[in-house]
Design a protein around this ligand. Sequence first.
Ligand SMILES: [Zn+2]
Ligand SMILES: [Zn+2]
Length: 142
Amino acid sequence: MTSDFETQLRAVSLRVTRPRLAVLAALRDHPHVDTDTVIALVRTDQPTVSHQAVYDVLRALTEAGLVRRIQPAGATARYECRVGDNHHHVVCRSCGTIADVDCAVGHAPCLTASDDHGFNVDEAEVVYWGTCPGCATDRTSQ
Ligand SMILES: [Zn+2]
Ligand SMILES: [Zn+2]
Protein backbone atom coordinates (compact mmCIF):
# COMPACT_ATOMS: atom_id res chain seq x y z
CA MET A 1 0.00 0.00 0.00
CA THR A 2 2.96 2.27 0.58
CA SER A 3 3.74 1.97 -3.09
CA ASP A 4 0.29 3.43 -3.91
CA PHE A 5 1.22 6.54 -1.97
CA GLU A 6 4.60 6.67 -3.68
CA THR A 7 2.85 6.52 -7.04
CA GLN A 8 0.47 9.30 -5.99
CA LEU A 9 3.33 11.52 -4.83
CA ARG A 10 5.32 10.96 -8.00
CA ALA A 11 2.24 11.66 -10.14
CA VAL A 12 2.12 15.21 -8.74
CA SER A 13 5.92 15.61 -8.83
CA LEU A 14 6.36 15.53 -5.05
CA ARG A 15 9.39 13.83 -3.59
CA VAL A 16 8.62 10.65 -1.66
CA THR A 17 9.48 11.29 2.00
CA ARG A 18 8.67 9.34 5.13
CA PRO A 19 6.57 12.16 6.66
CA ARG A 20 4.54 12.49 3.45
CA LEU A 21 3.91 8.75 3.35
CA ALA A 22 3.00 8.75 7.04
CA VAL A 23 0.52 11.63 6.65
CA LEU A 24 -1.20 9.92 3.72
CA ALA A 25 -1.42 6.67 5.66
CA ALA A 26 -2.80 8.48 8.72
CA LEU A 27 -5.51 10.16 6.64
CA ARG A 28 -6.42 6.93 4.89
CA ASP A 29 -6.98 5.23 8.25
CA HIS A 30 -8.46 8.27 10.02
CA PRO A 31 -10.37 10.54 7.65
CA HIS A 32 -11.49 14.02 8.76
CA VAL A 33 -8.91 14.54 11.51
CA ASP A 34 -7.45 17.88 12.52
CA THR A 35 -3.79 18.86 12.38
CA ASP A 36 -3.04 17.90 15.99
CA THR A 37 -4.46 14.44 15.44
CA VAL A 38 -2.42 14.02 12.25
CA ILE A 39 0.71 14.97 14.21
CA ALA A 40 -0.11 12.45 16.94
CA LEU A 41 -0.76 9.70 14.39
CA VAL A 42 2.45 10.38 12.47
CA ARG A 43 4.41 10.40 15.73
CA THR A 44 3.29 6.90 16.64
CA ASP A 45 5.52 5.84 13.75
CA GLN A 46 8.03 8.72 13.60
CA PRO A 47 8.36 10.15 17.13
CA THR A 48 10.82 12.88 16.17
CA VAL A 49 8.80 14.51 13.41
CA SER A 50 8.15 18.19 14.17
CA HIS A 51 4.83 20.07 14.15
CA GLN A 52 6.19 22.27 11.42
CA ALA A 53 7.10 19.30 9.25
CA VAL A 54 3.54 17.96 9.46
CA TYR A 55 2.07 21.41 8.73
CA ASP A 56 4.33 21.66 5.69
CA VAL A 57 3.38 18.19 4.48
CA LEU A 58 -0.34 18.91 4.86
CA ARG A 59 0.02 22.14 2.91
CA ALA A 60 2.06 20.55 0.13
CA LEU A 61 -0.33 17.60 -0.19
CA THR A 62 -3.37 19.89 -0.17
CA GLU A 63 -1.88 22.17 -2.82
CA ALA A 64 -1.02 19.14 -4.93
CA GLY A 65 -4.61 17.88 -4.67
CA LEU A 66 -3.77 14.64 -2.86
CA VAL A 67 -5.43 15.83 0.33
CA ARG A 68 -8.64 17.76 0.79
CA ARG A 69 -8.95 20.35 3.53
CA ILE A 70 -12.41 20.86 4.95
CA GLN A 71 -13.40 23.41 7.52
CA PRO A 72 -17.00 23.40 8.68
CA ALA A 73 -18.08 26.73 10.18
CA GLY A 74 -16.86 27.02 13.75
CA ALA A 75 -14.62 23.95 13.53
CA THR A 76 -10.88 23.52 13.10
CA ALA A 77 -9.61 22.46 9.69
CA ARG A 78 -9.80 18.74 9.00
CA TYR A 79 -8.05 16.72 6.35
CA GLU A 80 -8.86 13.66 4.30
CA CYS A 81 -7.30 11.86 1.37
CA ARG A 82 -10.58 11.08 -0.37
CA VAL A 83 -10.37 13.69 -3.13
CA GLY A 84 -11.84 14.43 -6.51
CA ASP A 85 -15.30 12.91 -6.06
CA ASN A 86 -17.19 16.00 -4.85
CA HIS A 87 -18.48 14.14 -1.78
CA HIS A 88 -20.10 16.09 1.02
CA HIS A 89 -20.03 15.92 4.80
CA VAL A 90 -22.49 15.56 7.60
CA VAL A 91 -21.31 17.26 10.79
CA CYS A 92 -22.59 16.70 14.32
CA ARG A 93 -23.41 20.05 15.94
CA SER A 94 -22.78 18.56 19.34
CA CYS A 95 -19.46 16.67 19.13
CA GLY A 96 -18.11 17.70 15.72
CA THR A 97 -17.99 14.17 14.30
CA ILE A 98 -17.82 14.23 10.51
CA ALA A 99 -18.94 11.53 8.08
CA ASP A 100 -18.84 11.32 4.30
CA VAL A 101 -22.00 11.69 2.24
CA ASP A 102 -21.71 10.64 -1.38
CA CYS A 103 -22.80 13.30 -3.81
CA ALA A 104 -26.09 12.27 -5.37
CA VAL A 105 -25.13 13.95 -8.64
CA GLY A 106 -21.47 12.92 -8.56
CA HIS A 107 -19.88 16.05 -9.92
CA ALA A 108 -19.65 19.72 -9.00
CA PRO A 109 -21.67 21.85 -8.90
CA CYS A 110 -24.42 19.47 -7.79
CA LEU A 111 -26.91 22.21 -7.01
CA THR A 112 -28.14 24.49 -9.73
CA ALA A 113 -28.23 28.13 -8.67
CA SER A 114 -31.65 29.65 -9.22
CA ASP A 115 -29.81 32.76 -10.42
CA ASP A 116 -26.09 32.50 -11.17
CA HIS A 117 -25.76 36.26 -11.79
CA GLY A 118 -23.71 35.48 -14.85
CA PHE A 119 -21.05 33.66 -12.80
CA ASN A 120 -19.47 30.50 -14.11
CA VAL A 121 -20.38 28.44 -11.02
CA ASP A 122 -18.03 25.48 -10.51
CA GLU A 123 -18.93 24.30 -7.02
CA ALA A 124 -21.77 24.28 -4.51
CA GLU A 125 -20.45 23.77 -1.00
CA VAL A 126 -22.84 21.49 0.82
CA VAL A 127 -22.56 20.70 4.53
CA TYR A 128 -25.26 18.74 6.29
CA TRP A 129 -25.59 19.63 9.98
CA GLY A 130 -27.31 17.52 12.59
CA THR A 131 -26.88 15.26 15.61
CA CYS A 132 -24.87 12.04 15.33
CA PRO A 133 -26.32 8.75 16.65
CA GLY A 134 -24.00 8.82 19.69
CA CYS A 135 -25.07 12.30 20.74
CA ALA A 136 -28.73 11.54 20.03
CA THR A 137 -28.51 8.53 22.37
CA ASP A 138 -26.82 10.61 25.09
CA ARG A 139 -29.59 13.14 24.90
CA THR A 140 -32.45 10.67 25.24
CA SER A 141 -30.77 8.78 28.10
CA GLN A 142 -30.36 11.89 30.25
ZN1 LIG B 1 -22.09 13.89 18.05
ZN1 LIG C 1 -14.84 13.27 3.54
